[in-house]
Design a protein around this ligand. Structure first.
Ligand code: URA
Length: 426
């Protein structure tokens, strides 16, 4: 006979009660085995979204999700390990320059990444724009690449936190993604199971992020930092700005191109600033304090690791990147200072142009996306190019333009730029 009953667990949370350790262990394991039905887990996820969970409940839920699968172990590596996780934003290509940069500073970076769903892009989709590059690696190949190259960005294997894979797909279609206990346990179960020694979280705040308000982002960051620290992972979080896209590109190949510019010593200032801020946090968390990552960008060693990292996974670092067949230029609606270029509007436009997918498993267009010629604070003249939209299918332009309709403002007022990094927790 089962230890608990799904309805009893749902009712306890529905009525605002605390779940016991054994209820949590049972419901997560039974759901993973298929003994708790999707509709029951949906009801429980909604009850958690509406009534919350205490910190001890979240910690137990996270532990149960870790226990649903394997744990990786990088302790045989001669260098310390550090990973970064972003809660997702528009134009957030930071992993691409960051992983090789931190490896060039002497810290191994095991970066298990995901694919994009909805308006935020996925790191694996971006790297797959590089001809030949493969996202899937066995655990042995991952360890070998970490030892030889120092950085690996790849897909999480099926064995890692399978409870989260199932639950995340369910949350996605039941309006239960935005629950802080579920986001925190989802992210941290994967990161703790991955076995990294140190973790830096980039928690995005703003229109293009899950968390629109600073207070919510802070609560999510504090919850995740506590989960990581309690599990023995040195964890810190930066709260960073996501009201406007990062950099000047949103879309897979477009973002790879911009990341390579950063590795070559150029690139947009906000991308460089955030890459360096996260690299410094990762190095300190991993115990490396005598290297300045800015030097490793400047002397080309981060670029050398990038090339080795791409080649090790079958990619051709020198191959031409795919470009979209069609482009459409959006011009400035007036003269003045760009006051707003909304992250959600640009993310939706890039998605509708074909850079993202509507359903898991849909293909993405490597060349599709939005290129920005001006950002908030820049002065523009009426009729000047503001954005270039890229897609293989010109019938997509109309819906992308609709997404951008209320997302762009040009005015006379001086622009007060928010900082890239809003706060630090940990
Ligand atoms: N990313 C995750 O991995 N899980 C969530 O719940 C949200 C973002």
């Amino acid at each position: 006979m089962a230890e608990h009953d799904a309805v009893e667990v749902i009712v306890r949370k529905r009525d605002g009660g605390q779940l016991s350790d054994s209820q949590i262990d049972w419901v997560v394991a039974a759901y993973t085995r298929g003994e708790v039905a999707d509709e029951q887990m949906s009801a429980l996820a909604m009850a958690i979204l509406l009534n919350g969970m205490s910190r001890p409940e979240i910690a137990r839920w996270t532990a149960a999700m870790i226990a649903s699968g394997e744990r990786m172990d990088f302790s045989s590596l001669p260098r310390p390990t550090a990973d970064k996780h972003s809660t997702g934003g528009v134009g957030d290509k930071i992993t691409l320059p960051l992983a090789p940069l931190v490896a060039a500073c002497g810290v191994a970076v095991p970066q298990l990444s995901g694919r994009g769903l909805g308006h935020t892009g996925g790191t694996l989709d971006k790297l797959e724009a590089i001809p030949g590059w493969r996202a899937s690696l066995s655990n042995e190949a991952m360890l070998r690449q970490l030892a030889e190259v120092g950085a690996v960005v790849c897909a999480a294997g099926a064995g890692l936190a399978p409870a989260d894979k199932k639950l995340y797909a369910l949350r996605d279609v039941t309006g239960t993604v935005e629950a802080i206990p579920l986001i925190a346990s989802s992210i941290m179960s994967k990161k703790i199971a991955e076995g990294t020694g140190a973790l830096v979280l980039d928690v995005k705040v703003g229109t293009g992020a899950f968390m629109k308000e600073l207070a919510d982002a802070r609560e999510l960051a504090e919850t995740m930092v506590a989960l990581g620290t309690d599990a023995g992972v040195r964890t810190v979080a930066l709260l960073t700005e996501m009201s406007t896209p990062l950099g000047l590109t949103a879309g897979n190949a477009l973002e790879v191109r911009e990341s390579v510019e950063v590795l070559a010593g150029g690139g947009p200032a906000d991308v460089v600033e955030l890459t360096l801020a996260l690299a410094r946090e990762m190095l300190v968390a991993a115990g490396v304090t005598d290297v300045d990552p800015a030097d490793r960008l400047a002397d080309g060693s981060a670029m050398d690791v990038w090339r080795a990292m791409i080649s090790a996974q079958g990619g051709e670092p020198d191959a031409a990147l795919p470009t979209a067949r069609e482009t459409h230029v959006v011009t400035a609606p007036g003269s003045g200072t760009v006051a707003r270029l909304d992250a959600m509007a640009v993310g939706l436009a890039a998605w509708r142009l074909g850079a993202g997918r509507a359903r898991q498993g849909d293909p993405v267009q490597a060349g599709a996306g939005v290129e920005m010629h001006a950002k908030p604070g820049d002065t523009v003249r009426e009729g000047e190019p503001l954005l270039t939209l890229h897609t293989d299918e010109p019938e997509r332009f109309a819906r992308a333009l609709q997404a951008l309709e209320d997302g762009v403002e040009v005015g006379d007022a001086p622009y007060d730029a928010p900082p890239v990094v809003l706060d630090r927790i940990g």
